[in-house]
Design a protein around this ligand. Structure first.
Ligand code: PMP
Length: 438
């Protein structure tokens, strides 16, 4: 079955698929962090539906919540109508929000995918401010629909101004840390305030507190606070895209909490649906200026996703899984940094909580940027990263690649992984790296 399914899928499915091509497995059963393939092999899953599975696969509280809705005879599809299931989800969601936002929040259900919620956020802000300009960052990823894509990639057919995202490694300003963050903030101020070269007043700035697909780049807290001040002073709405960082993954329930920044709009998806499709925006009520009917869609009322989502949010909150993600993640990062000390091919290990990136480089090659102040970082090594991913899979570990050059190995384990599983992840990865380097 295994080989046949893979062969037929390769023939019939679009060539646009990416990671599925480098992960030739056919999952048939899953529980917690473990996936079992049609070939009987078992894997530790550090992909977790691209960060969706906060509680891992088929967590009992999630299954129970779904069964309860089905057994109750409640309708599974009522478009956008009010239901007890939706009411419970909204209550649970608001209980998790930063206080300042929760006291004054509106929610808009947006559709199944994160990219739907990103589009909704753009439309909302345009309606509220009358301005269609948007500020986004290098390395950003917000989705695959036209507006979200414009804010993410290079070429744009929507008017987006791209600002450099400060990084500690390969920082566009040649210097990481606080200093890089300060230069980035001043650069943004200059761009907005320069009457000649400046940008026509944008309606919004969209930022990921930790860039995920862009290669796991955590935004410095001080920089995020500066972005909050800069946007507030100029009446620009600050949109936090917490699609991947949300629900405890980075060590706080929402990643903006690390900095104390309260955005005007939060874009939420992935883990909020407890492994089923759900996406919402929450925003300050003062922005709720769009007309009735301005944003509609058929699939915005997924009852099973709301039930699975409520159960997930409550479980993460009650069991303080954000805190656990913070401590366990810090331990894994420290272990990987120790590994890096023996492996010059590890250019950088970074992350926040259980959102971890290992950037692989070619230490023998000429530096990527000789002008860079931060140690003339060697160039990224996508071939090595792909080899590590393959070797991980051979050792029963599923990892994803990310970053502009696909040279960053990404770890997004469920927040429920055990200490033993965390150790196994690091051990298998270290083994895979040694094999790939040969
Ligand atoms: N924003 C961020 C930060 C994401 O990581 C993603 C998905 N990886 C999206 C938006 C888009 O979500 P979706 O794939 O569900 O459309």
């Amino acid at each position: 079955a295994h080989e046949g399914i893979l062969r037929r899928q390769a023939q019939r499915e679009s060539a646009a698929r990416t990671y599925a091509r480098s992960l030739p497995i056919v999952p048939v059963r899953a529980r917690g962090m473990t996936i079992e393939g049609a070939d009987g092999r078992r894997y530790l899953d550090c992909l977790s539906g691209a960060g969706t599975l906060a509680l891992g696969h088929n967590h009992p509280v999630v299954l129970e919540a779904i069964r309860k809705v089905i057994d109750s005879g409640a309708p599974l599809h009522v478009l956008d109508l009010a239901t007890p299931v939706k009411d419970a989800f909204t209550t649970e969601l608001f209980a998790t929000l930063p206080r300042e936002l929760a006291d004054d929040a509106r929610v808009q259900f947006c559709g199944p995918a994160g990219t739907d919620a990103v589009e909704a956020a753009f439309k909302l802000v345009r309606a509220a401010t009358g301005r269609d300009g948007l500020l986004a960052f290098t390395g950003a990823y917000h989705g695959m629909t036209a507006g979200a894509l414009a804010a993410s990639g290079g070429a744009t057919d929507v008017r987006v101004t791209r600002l450099p995202f400060p990084q500690t490694y390969r920082c566009p300003f040649g210097t990481g840390g606080e200093r890089g963050a300060e230069i980035a903030a001043r650069w943004t101020e200059h761009l907005l305030d320069d009457p000649k070269g400046g940008v026509p007043a944008p309606g919004a700035m969209i930022v990921e507190p930790v860039q995920g697909e862009g290669g796991v780049n955590p935004a410095p807290d001080s920089w995020l606070r500066r972005m909050r001040d800069i946007t507030r002073d100029r009446s620009i709405a600050l949109i936090a895209d917490e699609v991947q960082t949300g629900v405890g993954r980075t060590g706080a329930f929402w990643a903006v909490e690390h900095s104390g920044v309260v955005p005007d709009v939060m874009v939420l998806s992935k883990a909020i649906g407890g492994s089923l499709p759900l996406a919402v925006i929450v925003y300050r009520s003062g922005l709720d200026l769009w007309q009735p009917g301005a944003h509609a869609g058929t699939f915005r009322g997924n009852q099973l996703a709301m039930a699975a989502g409520s159960a997930t949010l409550a479980y993460v909150r009650e069991n303080r899984l954000a805190e656990r993600a913070g401590t366990l993640g810090a331990r894994m990062i420290a272990q990987l940094q120790a590994l890096a000390a023996d492996h010059p091919s590890i250019g950088d290990v970074r992350g926040r909580g259980l959102m971890i990136g290992i950037e692989l480089v070619d230490p023998e090659a000429a530096p990527a940027d000789v002008n860079a102040e931060n140690g003339c970082a060697p160039p990224p090594d996508p071939a090595l990263a792909a080899a590590v991913q393959r070797e991980c899979l051979r050792r029963g570990l599923i990892v994803e690649l990310g970053g502009r050059h696909s040279a960053v190995v990404r770890l997004l384990p469920p927040l429920t992984l055990t200490d033993e599983q965390a150790t196994a992840v690091v051990d298998r990865l270290a083994d895979a790296l040694r094999a790939a380097e040969r």
